[in-house]
Structure formats: structure tokens, C-alpha cells
Ligand binder design. Structure first.
Ligand SMILES: [Zn+2]
Length: 247
């Protein structure tokens, strides 16, 4: 096999490893999306509950203020009652006091209901906060794991890039450019093996004469169908796997 061809095969093998590593790096953080959106939904529910609690508290404060006013009114009416001499006016005042006390009773029931609501809201919020913190912790953990994995991939990538540079040095620049060009146009595969006259990348038959020339291993040749650089590896005719085909 031509030396240039075997170098290109190594280059393609490293390039395909680089490509899958980069793909992994892109895909790794997507595992976090589910957790992140769950947490966001939980935070939205928490915020809504918090608002509900604040509104209920506000209603409760208003109600207490109204009750205090009613109380004051009742006290004042009772004081005036002592001063009233007229029987009809006295009865009217008694009626007014009874009415105010009734209202106060109603308000008291409403205040109790609001207090219950505040209590249940607070408990609900507490459990939402707990749920959030559990999820937050899980997310932090996953993030750290992803980061560690990313760092590991990055390290592997650096090694591969250094390897690529070494291999590239041993290949004529013009050929590397040609390889890069084909690789870009042909989905990352620039060099392909030909087995039994068939290009293993595009699965088309080589013209018989061309296949004979290829087996003579005299010069760099390309597939007439897919324009990839092609090679023939006699030791692989029995179907042994070839690293260049792993891409
Ligand atoms: Zn081909």
C-alpha cells in the first residue's frame, strides 16, 4: 500500500474519533434539559402559591381591620346606649348593636377560614420548597457529572488533535487539503477501501480496468462515482475489519 494512503487511513480514523467525540460533547448537556424544565415548572408553581399566600394574608389583614372597626363601633354604640332616655331610640340602638355583632360574627368565621387557608398554603409552599431543593440538588449533581464527562472528552479530544497533527505532518500539504475537501463534501469520509471491485463508501463497482490499476498500487486513485480516494488492501479481502471503515 502507498505510504500516503496508509497515512490518510490513520488520519481518517483519528478524524472519525474526533467527530464522534465532538458529537458526544454536544449531546451530553441535553440530558440536563429534562431536569431543568421540571425545576422551572416547580418554581413557577411555587411562585404562584407564594402569590396566593400573600393575597390571602392581605385579605386576612383587611378582615382584621374591618373587625376592629366593627368592635369600636359596637363599643361606641354601647356607650351611647347608656345616655339614651327615649324608648324607641333605645330599641333602635339595641337593634343596631345586634346587627353589628352579627356582622362581627360573620367576619370572625371568615377570618378563621382565611387562617386555615394561610396554614394550608404555607404547608403546601413548604413541600414545594422541599421538592425544589431535592430537584435542585439532583440537577447540580447531574451538572457536575456532565462537566466531568465534558472535561474528560476535552482531554481525549486534545490527545486526538495532537495525534492528528503528528499524522498530518507526514502527509504532503496538498494531499491533506484534498483529503479535507473531499471529507467535507462526503460526510466525513474521504478515503474508502475497494473490495472485490466495489467502493465500500458508495457501494458502486469500479470499472474492471480501474480496479486492476488500483491493485497495482502505483498511484493515488479516486472512485469515479463518489470521488473519494480509494485503496485496495489485499489482506482485507477475507473480510477482516478495517479501521478506515469504522467511520
Ligand atoms: Zn465510491
Amino acid at each position: 500500500m502507498l505510504q500516503e494512503v496508509s497515512k490518510l487511513i490513520s488520519l481518517q480514523s483519528v478524524d472519525s474519533d474526533i467527530k464522534s467525540l465532538m458529537q458526544e460533547q454536544q449531546e451530553l448537556p441535553t440530558g440536563l434539559r429534562g431536569l431543568e424544565s421540571n425545576l422551572a415548572a416547580l418554581q413557577a408553581r411555587t411562585a404562584a402559591k407564594q402569590q396566593e399566600l400573600e393575597e390571602t394574608r392581605k385579605q386576612h389583614r383587611q378582615m382584621e381591620a374591618e373587625m376592629a372597626m366593627l368592635d369600636e363601633g359596637i363599643t361606641r354604640s354601647r356607650q351611647r346606649l347608656m345616655e339614651i332616655k327615649d324608648n324607641i331610640e333605645y330599641k333602635a340602638m339595641l337593634k343596631e348593636i345586634a346587627f353589628k355583632e352579627d356582622r362581627k360574627d360573620q367576619k370572625e368565621t371568615e377570618v378563621l377560614e382565611l387562617l386555615e387557608q394561610i396554614e394550608s398554603c404555607t404547608a403546601h409552599l413548604e413541600s414545594l420548597h422541599q421538592e425544589s431543593s431535592v430537584l435542585q440538588e439532583a440537577l447540580e449533581k447531574s451538572r457536575a457529572e456532565v462537566q466531568a464527562e465534558m472535561a474528560q472528552r476535552q482531554e481525549q479530544l486534545q490527545t486526538l488533535l495532537a495525534q492528528r497533527e503528528e499524522i498530518e505532518k507526514a502527509i504532503p500539504k496538498q494531499l491533506v487539503r484534498r483529503y479535507d475537501f473531499i471529507r467535507e463534501k462526503r460526510h466525513g469520509l474521504a478515503i474508502a477501501e475497494v473490495r472485490q471491485g466495489v467502493c465500500q463508501a458508495c457501494h458502486m463497482n469500479l470499472p474492471p480496468q480501474k480496479f486492476i490499476e488500483l491493485q497495482m498500487d502505483k498511484e493515488l486513485m479516486t472512485c469515479p462515482h463518489c470521488q473519494r480516494i480509494i485503496y485496495y488492501a489485499p489482506q482485507d479481502e477475507n473480510g477482516a475489519s478495517d479501521p478506515a471503515q469504522a467511520a
